[in-house]
Ligand binder design. Structure first.
Ligand code: ADP
Ligand code: MG
Length: 246
């Protein structure tokens, strides 16, 4: 393994739900430290592609490799492989009856078998990283949506992932809370985290992404630098989409 190998390498990926062919022969790689934003209309397959990266969805064909481990290999230890992939969803999916701190320590103590004080140290560090040092003891119901989403990010970071996946992390938030979450994500990107972000926040993609991928109809229609793809798209479908969202 060399540091220049892609962190994520997907080849010939096909996914069907029944007769619905939702991912069509996708080839998709992400370099270490790269930030990729995935945009596209509803139903184009963005979430399914993201969920195939950690095999939350099983593709019918193709290979998914993350950090030199082939998740689609039947012999792959899928739980171990998934541990290096953090995922943040539109709905924060926090454990409602656990404090912010315990939301972050839970997997550390149960899955990684860390000692309680070590788990707490890691959890506090990551809650601080997302600007929530003051809220360690708060329960999700007492936190704003933006704060809950930041806890979800801290929880994912606590596992020390090699890759972070975000599926529309700000879509469920009131507009005034979107900024605080994007700020945390921007900081993560600056720190060199490898990230795949499905988002409708075109301004964020323009500013933070190294590459923007436009999906439509289960395929990657066009991809490139944000300055190029978002300002001078080649494909009519990309142009139409951008006209509608910008
Ligand atoms: P996007 O995230 O771009 O909106 P999705 O990946 O969620 O798109 O969906 C792509 C297609 O797959 C859609 O036609 C959707 O209805 C279908 N689909 C997604 N998840 C499921 C599922 N669990 N079962 C059946 N069909 C699904
Ligand atoms: Mg989606």
């Amino acid at each position: 393994m060399t540091q220049t190998d892609p962190l994520v390498e997907i080849r010939g990926l096909n996914k069907y739900f029944g007769s619905n062919h939702v991912l069509r022969d996708i080839d998709f790689s992400v370099a270490r430290g790269e930030v990729v934003c995935v945009i596209g209309p509803s139903g184009s397959g963005k979430s399914t592609l993201l969920r195939c990266v950690n095999l939350l969805e099983t593709p019918q064909s193709g290979t998914v490799k993350v950090n030199e481990q082939e998740l689609t290999d039947p012999d792959c230890d899928i739980d171990a492989a998934r541990r290096q992939i953090g995922m943040v969803f539109q709905q924060f999916n926090l454990f409602p009856h656990h404090s912010a701190l315990d939301n972050c320590t839970l997997a550390l103590t149960t899955v990684l078998k860390k000692k309680r004080d070590e788990a707490e140290r890691i959890a506090r560090e990551n809650l601080e990283r997302v600007g929530l040092a003051e809220k360690v003891d708060a329960y999700p119901a007492r936190l704003s949506g933006g704060q809950q989403q930041r806890v979800a990010i801290a929880r994912a970071l606590s596992m020390d992932p090699a890759l972070m996946l975000f599926d529309e992390p700000t879509s469920a938030l009131d507009p005034e809370l979107v900024g605080e979450v994007l700020t945390v994500m921007r900081r993560l990107a600056d720190e060199g985290m490898t990230m795949i972000v499905v988002t409708h926040e075109i301004a964020f993609a323009r500013e933070v992404a190294d590459r923007v991928v436009f999906m439509d109809g289960g395929g990657i229609v066009e991809q490139g630098k944000p300055s190029t793809l978002l300002s001078e798209p080649r494909e009519p479908r990309t142009r139409d989409f951008l006209k509608r969202v910008l």
